[in-house]
Write a protein that binds this ligand. Sequence first.
Ligand code: RIB
Length: 301
Amino acid sequence: MTAEIVVVGSANLDLLVEVDQIPAVGETVMGGDLRRIPGGKGANQAVAAARLGRDVAIVGRLGADEGGEILRTALDADGIDTSRLLTTDDVPNGVALISVGSDGDNAIVVSPGANARVTPADVEAAAAALHGAAATLLQLEIPLDAVTAAAHAAHGTVILNPAPAPAEPLPADLLALVDVLVPNQTELATLAGFDGPINAETAASLAPSLPSQAVVVTLGAEGALVVEDGTATHVPAPTITPIDTTAAGDSFCGALADALVRGESLVDATRWAVRVGAATTQRPGAQPSLPTPTEVEQLLA
Ligand code: RIB
């Protein structure tokens, strides 16, 4: 069966420790018990869309180790097509070291491992799936040439979440292949070559300078800003107290793809994505926190 959504991206084993305060440079702090949780931006976005009811396939690479096995088992359990998720010998699986503070914020270091071995040839081998999918979801935890190959091969809506924030602006020809770019404020600043803090007003003025068709800027507790056809629409977020913001951006992207594939407008899809992202902050960890539609309503009630 052809997947409705294809994710080309990363899969990490998250090593998560809760701390009172995220340590400053040079500081050592004591935390809670270590938890090993399936994560990675690509895998999280795939699971987010699958839990919302979509048929999803993932293209990427796992390590030939326990981390890789944990990730494959988790993705299979969510009904995701993992037949194009290759296992790479002699390379560890991607790992993310995550500290979560008592305010729900986090600090993450990613060791990409097998994710760094994803190639344009891997993507080309998945061309039929990319050709048939209504949406393709991309992030930046795999090499840029593989991301670019996926954007070229995709025939449906191309959604790029430029995370983690790139060190420098992305090539204009890649951004021009993107239908919906989903940066946060930091990522937008980098992509637009802007030096300074970005509020919603600045975001609205910077987004049209990018060559993507539409830009949805995530604003954390402020919701999101949809910039499309010269119009900026602010979508507010529900008022909540976050427990753990890990994967909230990923569930936002998965939900956006879900709603666009169901035929919703970009603004309505963003309204849904803001709710799903907010609900994700109500439970700890990456993939365990990703909600079903029923859970979204329960978690925000
Ligand atoms: O966006 C959250 C994800 O970022 C985590 O699951 C971690 O693996 C890192 O990739």
